[in-house]
Design a protein around this ligand. Structure first.
Ligand SMILES: N[C@@H](CCC(=O)N[C@@H](CS)C(=O)NCC(=O)O)C(=O)O
Length: 215
């Protein structure tokens, strides 16, 4: 039995952070393979694990699963843990906000790429970015108010929806985005998770620097 997660650079690979953090939160024992992005070998190295040529990739025994959301759903089926809210309506909304993250916020993602160790307070303010930020904050506020009573996360206890938004938290820290009280408390909750700190510490020591990251 083996569980392997193929990821990119911790400093830059926002999609990799999602399943990695969720797997850590669930206490899963897994091996990680880190492939630095944006090098001449990157594409061929990722292709050794996934025909899609993108990370993250989960390899569970002889099964390969790619794409962060599909990985999240597979993990929830295969491993015990609080992957999604227990209550049906909360679970449906958790999946909606996760899917919205997965397919949306292109201005935010392009203009404020994840760069965990950097602090870039004056960068990233381009047309459309504030609209994305406002929508993220609205999602967080709605989830916290409607479903968050049992803990500090979007649906109380940590779920895969929080993992989906963890890279946005990192972006808000890097670009020093001004936030209201609820959003600030939520970013603090994600930021202070020991697993998040573990990721950030590893990101800080990585040797690669990408000048124009759009990951
Ligand atoms: N929709 C995919 C997106 C994955 C993705 O775009 N990953 C980037 C890194 S964060 C990648 O693998 N890029 C490949 C490359 O730069 O060659 C997911 O949710 O996993």
């Amino acid at each position: 039995m083996s569980t392997l997660l193929v990821i990119g650079n911790k400093n830059y690979s926002s999609w990799s952070l999602r399943p990695w953090l969720a797997m850590k939160q669930a206490g899963l024992d897994f091996t990680e393979i880190r492939i630095p992005l944006d090098t001449p070998e990157t594409h061929d190295r990722i292709l050794q694990y996934s025909p899609a040529g993108r990370v993250p990739v989960l390899i569970h025994n002889d099964l390969t699963i790619w794409d962060s959301l599909a990985i999240g759903e597979y993990l929830a089926e295969q491993f015990p843990g609080h992957w999604w809210p227990e209550e049906s309506a909360a679970r449906a909304i958790a999946r909606s906000v996760s899917a919205e993250m997965h397919s949306g916020f292109s201005n935010l993602r392009q203009q404020m790429p994840m760069d965990c160790r950097a602090r870039l307070p004056r960068q990233g303010r381009a047309p459309g970015v504030q609209t994305d930020i406002d929508r993220v904050v609205e999602i967080w506020r709605t989830c916290r108010q409607q479903f968050g009573a049992g803990g500090d996360f979007l649906f109380g206890q940590f779920t895969f929806a929080d993992a989906m938004y963890a890279p946005v938290v990192s972006r808000f820290v890097t670009y020093e985005v001004e936030l209201d009280k609820i959003a600030r408390a939520y970013t603090d909750a994600i930021w202070s998770l020991p697993a998040m700190q573990e990721w950030l510490e590893a990101a800080a020591t990585e040797p690669e620097y990408l000048a124009e990251s759009k990951l």
